[in-house]
Design a protein around this ligand. Structure first.
Ligand SMILES: Nc1nc2c(ncn2[C@@H]2O[C@H](COP(=O)(O)OP(=O)(O)OP(=O)(O)O)[C@@H](O)[C@H]2O)c(=O)[nH]1
Ligand SMILES: [Mg+2]
Length: 412
């Protein structure tokens, strides 16, 4: 499957950059192309310069709202981010239209952090514009939710997140949810390291995108997972994860044991990998709420027994009993069993509901807060109304040049 990836704002651009790195890895190690183009869009010039894998020309790193923000971002005002995106959407459309492999794109993936200004505002707007132009291709969003401490320190964080989620849910075919806080809970030492979180976010896509692009017979499974399976799986609120278990190195690919103990150990490792994938999901939810699911087993051919596939399938069915499950196997020469999982069309997402509930009263509270600040400023102005000012307001007392008094009048 080949994606066209567009990152918006700082968070979106950095994750898009990580996708570009993943594509380089696929080209180098597997001679496969999984992205047709990668773009970063931001109102912040310095941030665009900090990327490393997205091409450095202005077609791929696109500055929007330069006149309004002077290249310094929108400072968390996502309504301004949305307005700028609407005004400068042509720049993005022109860039993606010029992509040489544009027509090979199976889908669009647009990425942003929900809590900021630029990405949060631009994501729904640009998604809608692209969707209206390219009706035949699905459009997915990947939305990053803020750390808990960000929600506690600034109410605007919750407001931006809720408005971004709500707007995107009416446009995108599916939304991958990624929760920054989940990575802190998983590994406190690296959880706040954004580069590490970005790698963890992108990694589960690697095998899923590569599997359908394989042409070499030795990497074609008995059940190839292709773009059609992914398209049929992705719908509405979606989460993704992957898990891996190491094989004893000797068993890599050349040695096949006929021992019943070995066979059962392999299936156990498969179950362990899928359990890890479920516990490593990008967002905490109840897998039983998924109406669609997908899993991909990547393992050395010799390990890919029917019983492994069957056991993992049954385990998945137990985890997501109401889901239509699609699956694939991907023979790889690695000393591990890797399983990627997507759970989609989630019917209940507690955290999204919480953002909506908290933001409902917030819009009026933020407005009241602004009015209170204005009122306080007015009382200061009132208190100082009889103090002479050195600056005249209203009708200017300074004579304009052509009204200036004659020089001799000034001399007296
Ligand atoms: N996972 C991850 N989260 C990030 C990254 N950069 C920022 N964030 C999160 O994204 C949110 C802030 O959004 P940004 O993308 O920085 O904001 P922006 O879209 O650039 O908007 P403005 O700076 O307000 O113009 C916060 O919740 C951050 O924790 C990143 O590289 N990875
Ligand atoms: Mg920014």
């Amino acid at each position: 499957m080949q994606l066209m990836v567009i990152g918006l704002g700082q968070c979106g651009s950095h994750i898009a950059d990580e996708f570009a790195r993943m594509n380089k890895r696929a080209r180098l190690r597997r001679r496969l192309q999984v992205l047709t183009g990668t773009y970063a869009v931001n109102t912040d010039l310095a941030d665009l310069s900090s990327l490393s894998s997205i091409k450095a020309d202005y077609h791929h790193r696109i500055l929007i709202g330069g006149r309004k923000t002077a290249g310094h971002g929108v400072g968390k005002m996502n309504d301004l981010g949305a307005q700028i995106a609407r005004e400068d959407a042509d720049k993005i459309i022109d860039a993606i239209r010029g992509t040489p492999q544009f027509h090979e794109s199976d889908a669009f993936l647009l990425i942003a952090g929900a809590a900021g200004g630029t990405g949060s505002g631009a994501l729904p707007v640009i998604s809608q514009i692209i969707k209206e132009r390219y009706l035949d291709r699905p459009l997915y969003n990947l939305i990053v939710l803020p750390f808990e401490h960000e929600e506690h320190t600034e109410e605007r964080t919750v407001y931006n997140t809720a408005t971004c989620l709500k707007s995107c849910s009416t446009v995108a075919d599916a939304i991958f949810l990624v929760d920054n806080q989940r990575y802190v809970d998983k590994d406190a030492s690296s959880g706040s390291n954004l580069d590490w979180i970005n790698q963890q976010t992108v990694e589960p896509f690697y095998n899923i995108l590569c599997a359908g692009e394989e042409k070499r017979a030795r990497h074609l499974g008995t059940r190839v997972l292709d773009a059609g399976d992914v398209r049929q799986t992705l719908s509405g609120w979606t989460i993704i994860g992957h898990g891996s278990t190491k094989l004893p190195s000797l068993r890599l690919a050349f040695w096949k044991s006929s021992s019943f103990r070995e066979k059962s150990a392999t299936t156990d490792r498969g179950i362990e990998a899928i359990d890890k994938a479920i516990s490593e999901l990008s967002f905490e939810c109840n897998p039983a709420d998924a109406a669609r699911a997908l899993y991909l087993i990547a393992a050395p051919t010799k390990e890919m027994s029917l019983s492994l596939i069957k056991e993992v399938g049954e385990h998945m069915k137990a985890i997501a009993p109401d889901a239509v499950i699609r699956e694939g196997d991907y023979p790889r020469m690695r000393s591990s069993i890797d399983i990627s999982v997507i759970l989609s069309e989630l019917r209940d997402v507690e955290k999204v509901k919480r953002y909506y509930a908290e933001a409902t009263g917030l819009a009026s509270r933020l407005e009241q807060r602004r009015q209170r600040v204005d009122a306080k400023l007015e009382t200061i102005d009132d208190a100082g109304k009889d103090v002479p000012s050195l600056i005249e307001t209203g009708s200017p007392n300074y004579p304009s040049e052509d009204q200036s008094p004659p020089d001799d009048a000034l001399a007296t």
